[in-house]
Design a protein around this ligand. Structure first.
Ligand SMILES: Cc1cc2nc3c(=O)[nH]c(=O)nc-3n(C[C@H](O)[C@H](O)[C@H](O)COP(=O)(O)OP(=O)(O)OC[C@H]3O[C@@H](n4cnc5c(N)ncnc54)[C@H](O)[C@@H]3O)c2cc1C
Length: 174
């Protein structure tokens, strides 16, 4: 909340034990809010399908969602590098060991903050539509259209150096 205006900022996150790591630019208002101990609610949702019922009222989605509550906590400068490694390893295991590591200038532009999980809730919907008995004879298709987030085939950068092979960690996903 800034000047009575609520904000929701989409961002990458990484779980590190009982805390969530968030990262971004030093200038980010969200990160400055968290570094000063500001309160936050982090939500994450995975959509598993569209649920098509006979009645409009009972249409729904299958999903898994979580709401996490806590307060931001600054990570000391001496621990920023290690926190960034944890963050990247959670997002794409194996990449940190191969990529050029951050230099001093880049580290100065980046901040990682922690949000210790104070409380959290999760909600899940799964399965078929749940229509009212009197609608079961309504003559339309009903059921679930599954949706999922899947990695596609890797697309090499146009300037990729010839002969550099796809890393194992992408080969397994692709
Ligand atoms: C993709 C998606 C689409 C949805 N669409 C609809 C919709 O169109 N209409 C609708 O009524 N509901 C929808 N929901 C469910 C919705 O998220 C709420 O659970 C529901 O609306 C109840 O809200 P409320 O304000 O009464 O919650 P409250 O009773 O005020 O919630 C109390 C506490 O429960 C927890 N909580 C509530 N909902 C969730 C959640 N989804 N995940 C984790 N914790 C939660 C939070 O900690 C919250 O503070 C959708 C959920 C998802 C993931």
């Amino acid at each position: 909340m800034v000047d009575d205006q609520p904000f929701v900022i989409p961002t990458l996150h990484a779980r590190d034990g009982d805390r969530i790591l968030l990262h971004g630019s030093q200038a980010s208002r969200m990160l400055r809010h968290l570094e000063s101990g500001g309160a936050v609610c982090i939500t994450v949702t995975l959509i598993d399908g569209l649920v098509l019922a006979r009645s409009v009222f009972h249409h729904s989605v299958n999903y898994r969602s979580a709401a996490i509550y806590g307060r931001g906590e600054p990570i000391p400068a001496s621990e920023q590098y290690a926190a960034l490694e944890v963050f990247m390893e959670r997002c794409l295991p194996g990449r940190w060991a191969e990529a050029r590591l951050p230099n001093e200038v880049e580290m100065k532009q980046t901040t990682v903050v922690a949000v210790p999980i104070e409380s959290a809730s999760a909600k899940v919907r799964s399965g078929p539509p749940k229509d009212d008995a009197e609608d079961m004879a309504w003559p339309i298709w009903a059921g679930v259209l599954p949706l999922s987030l899947q990695p596609g085939a890797p697309i090499p950068d146009t300037q990729a150096i010839a002969g550099v092979e796809l890393p194992d960690y992408l080969g397994r996903r692709g």
